[in-house]
Design a protein around this ligand. Structure first.
Ligand code: TA6
Length: 298
């Protein structure tokens, strides 16, 4: 773990360093997790992956789903919360790890701050190493600024420090807690073209009205509006992002094949992810920067 972390955290009592084993059980020693307890909201973020595990606005409910079967192990993506999928989303054409390496890499904390309105800001950074260069041959700095208050904001910047253009796609792969996925309605996708990645040839269709998830679903919506709202038995979850794609996923009965989801647990979440993927993927120019943000609120 980074050398100056204890000193940095000592400046802000609202942030403490604990172990995933203390918070969620599982094998000791677990993974290091920052617990953020602010006046307007609380959150937990694993340093592996800069991975949000929990967000609860003050007086509100948990917005994120963390699998009861999540495994907290080095180099293994954690099931639930908000994994950061980058510098590529989904399967890699050359068989490199799905969803990139950011979610399984160890990030450092570079800044912690209490903002004027009491919200808490934490900035995590990841730099290239020989191992990342072997997967994505670019010098880079990834920066994720988290702001925890009544809303949760993730502000991402990706600097390509190399002298070559870098192909890039990314998603904030949010697992949203819902009482029953079969009873939700997702607005903010009406009229958007989506790619059904479950069917041969990945056919495209246009969404009509709200989306109701009633079976195994894995779709990439392109050029979506900034806002989606998930309405469910416990209220609503609002997502706002300046990215261009939205991915909707629920494994349904296939959850039985995912040991860290587990049969029977799929009704408790829906992934509504925002990012820039497929047609919305891009190339970051040599020396260029990609920026994206997403805000979650009740
Ligand atoms: O975002 C949807 C998706 O790409 C699905 O295809 C599904 O496989 C899911 O992500 C989970 O991927 P993971 O690599 O975390 O098991």
């Amino acid at each position: 773990m980074q050398a100056n972390l204890a000193t940095l955290l000592a400046t802000i009592p609202e942030i403490s360093l604990c172990s995933s084993a203390d918070l969620y059980g599982g094998e000791e020693p677990g993974l290091p997790v920052l617990k953020i307890q602010g006046a307007s909201g609380s959150a937990a973020v694993a340093l592996q992956g800069a991975h949000l595990l929990s967000f609860i606005p003050a007086g509100g409910r948990e917005l994120l789903w963390l699998s009861p079967k999540a495994v907290f192990a080095a180099d293994k993506a954690i099931r639930g919360g908000i994994p950061l999928c980058m510098p590529w989303f989904g399967r890699h054409p050359e068989g490199l790890p799905a969803h990139g390496f950011a979610r399984s890499s160890n990030w450092d904390v570079s800044e912690v701050e209490i903002l004027g309105n009491g919200d808490i800001k934490v900035v995590l950074v990841l730099h290239d190493t020989a191992a990342t260069q072997a997967l994505w041959p670019h010098a880079f700095v990834f920066r994720l600024a988290l702001t925890v208050g009544r809303e949760l904001t993730l502000a991402l910047s990706v600097e390509n420090l190399s002298d070559q253009p870098a192909p890039f796609s990314q998603a904030f792969h949010s697992y949203l807690a819902v009482p029953d996925v079969t009873e939700i309605a997702i607005s903010g996708l009406d009229g958007c073209t989506y790619v059904n990645t479950l069917l041969e040839g990945h056919p495209r269709k246009v969404q009509e009205g709200d989306l109701h998830v009633q079976s195994l679903t894995d779709r990439v919506y392109l050029n979506v509006p900034a806002k989606q709202v998930i309405s469910h038995g416990s209220g609503q979850t609002h997502i706002v992002s300046d990215t261009h794609s939205a991915i909707v996923w629920n494994p349904w009965e296939d959850a039985a094949k995912l040991a860290d989801v587990g049969q029977g647990n799929y009704p408790g979440f829906v992934c509504v992810e925002r990012g820039d993927v497929l047609d919305n993927a891009l190339t970051i120019a040599a020396g260029g920067v990609y920026r994206a943000s997403m805000t979650l609120s009740e």
